[in-house]
Design a binder for this molecule. Structure first.
Ligand code: FAD
Length: 382
């Protein structure tokens, strides 16, 4: 086989792409895994990796879950604390432990597992400039002039996916897209080390501010909001985060001795509240490229990993007949939405209902503190 010819070409080696590559490891297929960055690389994120990620890894290979459990540095997340605009708190425990892991570390861990296979060719530090497919092959043009061909292409290239734009014809819909900013801090007062803190703040709704504890007394701090609102109200997210930390007394008190470890950075979140066609002739889209982020929580790591796994399993099914037609690959769309759509739909309603309704947020937080309701909430979250 020619060195630029593959069975599967995966573009993007984040959680979606690396999980897809891992799930293809035992198939014997020749896989190219391409990323424009060199690992370890940062990804702007809240760094909260839910327990679902461990379930997905376990389903692929229990050794992977064990490896993540032994992986450091990370914090073990057992609780969430929600704050209403008057700082009334709702605390609930997760039935399964999740983690906060800097994405630079988590993605590198996953990528290292993905390339630990002789059938994988990892291509880093090279951008994909163009993609196309026809009835016989997928063609990928790299910025360094190389042209790769494959039987099928998997677009795992994130929120600004070239594959989604060129092949999926997906355009940003700001009603189903969020923007968020992040800043790492050290020494935030009162960090529990085991609880995700989410604040609904007066003057900063609809949207939420978060403090997520990392290892070594560090924290991932951020603020996010729906893109249509950002545009409509001309909101500057970086300024909002700065103002929250420096002007709200309850928050400011916790940051008095804290040290910002970086400038504020932002990135987009394509939400799963709108259904798209996420496959076609000889291609599939996974993770952010397929718009699979939870519209309420903003979590997209687990859905990226799950969709990457589903894409790999679809490829293994279609390979014996070399049938990567749009019709054959549509089973992938059906599987993704069968698994994720009801959650996306319900969480979209929650996002809409709570949007700007301070009284309702207060009420829900109060009701959530009633014993049996609290126990029910705990069961809702993994
Ligand atoms: C501020 C913020 C906070 C968030 N917080 C959380 C959270 O706490 N928990 C959670 O679960 N989710 C969170 N998310 C969502 C989460 O970050 C994404 O859903 C997740 O990263 C999706 O993984 P992915 O593999 O699809 O894409 P990515 O992680 O974005 O990976 C895409 C990869 O493709 C590569 N790439 C892109 N274009 C090209 C190209 N042309 N050529 C080659 N390579 C390319 C990139 O370099 C990158 O490595 C947050 C997002 C934001 C913006």
């Amino acid at each position: 086989m020619h060195k630029n010819t593959f069975d599967v070409i995966i573009i993007g080696a984040g959680p979606a792409g690396s999980t897809c590559a891992i799930a293809l490891q035992k198939s014997g297929l020749r896989v190219a895994l391409i990323d424009k960055e060199t690992f370890p690389r940062d990804k702007i994120c809240g760094d909260a990796v839910s327990s679902v990620a461990k379930r997905i890894l376990r389903q692929i290979d229990p050794v992977l879950e064990q490896s993540l459990l032994e992986f450091a540095p990370k914090s073990n997340i057992q609780q969430a604390k929600l704050y209403s605009p008057d700082f009334t708190t709702l605390e609930f425990s997760f039935t399964k432990v999740g983690h906060c892991i800097r994405r630079k570390d988590f993605d590198n861990w996953l990528f290292t597992h993905a390339i630990n296979n002789t059938n994988i060719t990892a291509i880093q530090d090279v951008k994909v400039n163009a993609v196309s497919t026809n009835s016989t092959q997928a063609v990928v043009e790299l910025a360094d002039g190389r042209v790769l061909t494959g039987k099928v292409l998997v677009g795992c290239d994130g929120a600004h996916s070239i594959v989604a734009k060129k092949l999926g014809n997906i355009k940003v819909d700001r009603k189903h897209y969020s923007g968020a900013v992040r800043q790492y801090y050290r020494n935030v007062k009162g960090l529990s080390g085991k609880a995700l803190e989410v604040y609904f703040l007066k003057g900063f709704l609809p949207g939420y501010f978060w403090i997520f504890p990392l290892s070594d007394n560090e924290a991932n701090v951020g603020f996010g909001m729906l893109s249509s609102v950002i545009t409509e109200k001309k909101i500057d997210l970086k300024k909002s985060l700065h103002d929250i930390i420096h002007t709200i007394p309850e928050i400011n008190d916790r940051f008095k001795d804290a040290e910002a470890l970086e400038d504020i950075k932002g990135f987009g979140l394509p939400l799963g509240s709108k259904k798209y066609t996420i496959s076609g002739e000889r291609f599939m889209l996974c993770g952010d490229a397929a718009s699979l982020i939870d519209p309420f929580s903003g979590e997209g790591i687990e859905t990226a990993m799950e969709s990457g796994k589903f894409a790999a399993e679809q490829i293994i099914k279609c390979y014996p007949n070399n049938n990567f037609s749009a019709k054959a690959l549509h089973a992938y769309d059906e599987r993704v939405y069968k698994k994720m759509w009801s959650n996306f739909k319900n969480h979209y309603y929650l996002q809409r209902i709570l949007s700007n309704r301070v009284w309702l947020i207060r009420l829900l937080i109060k009701v959530g503190n009633i014993g049996w309701v609290n126990r029910k909430i705990t069961k809702l979250f993994y």
